[in-house]
Design a protein around this ligand. Structure first.
Ligand code: BEZ
Length: 184
């Protein structure tokens, strides 16, 4: 499954987390897209990017949920880019084949990174307020966890997309910070 598209000259990668606001790799094309039957959730622990072993942060993964739509950004990339991304996004993520739909209604099969509940870094559900509290107190080698959250929320807003889970966590974070503007 991981190598399904290795012999293709280019592959669509669906991004729903940091890939929306911070690509950091070369791409051939980029288009807003969505996937069905998946929800974005801050349920994956981050011990090496946005947190530490002692104080893990939280980043997004996908949870299977019938009828739900997850909006994001699709990147058309060459397979060699995966070598870089597999390294950057280790910490429990696997590549899964997925069908994505573009804004014009056309569809493409591609890949998405997903961290399932079987990976050791998976933290699972918590209330949006508790997630915000954990994010507020976490920082790792890639920076403050709150920068990740706010970067994602801002990117979704600029795409004109709604995500109750993400925006609710952001609202709690702002509340915890006494409405002080977060650093992005
Ligand atoms: C994403 O933005 O789609 C993503 C980034 C890193 C790991 C998993 C997913």
């Amino acid at each position: 499954m991981m190598n399904k598209f290795d012999d293709h000259p280019s592959v669509w990668l669906f991004g729903y987390g940091s890939l929306i606001f911070k690509a950091g790799f070369p791409f051939v094309d980029r288009r807003p897209a969505s996937i069905v039957n998946w929800s974005r959730r801050f349920w994956q622990g981050s011990y090496d990017h946005r947190g530490t072993e002692a104080a893990p942060g939280r980043v997004v993964t996908l949870i299977a949920q019938a009828g739900e739509i997850c909006e994001g950004m699709a990147y058309l990339i060459t397979p060699d880019v995966f070598e870089h991304l597999d390294q950057r996004e280790k910490n429990g993520y696997l590549r899964l084949p997925i069908e994505m739909t573009f804004e014009d209604g056309s569809v493409a099969e591609g890949l998405v990174y997903i961290a399932t509940e079987e990976n050791p870094a998976f933290l699972g559900p918590a209330t949006e307020r508790d997630i915000a509290r954990q994010i507020a107190g976490s920082v790792g080698p890639s920076g403050h966890n709150k920068e990740y959250l706010v970067g994602l929320a801002e990117a979704l807003r600029s795409l004109g997309r709604d995500d109750r889970h993400v925006f609710e966590i952001e609202r709690h974070l702002l509340e915890l910070q006494g409405d002080e503007l977060p650093i992005v």
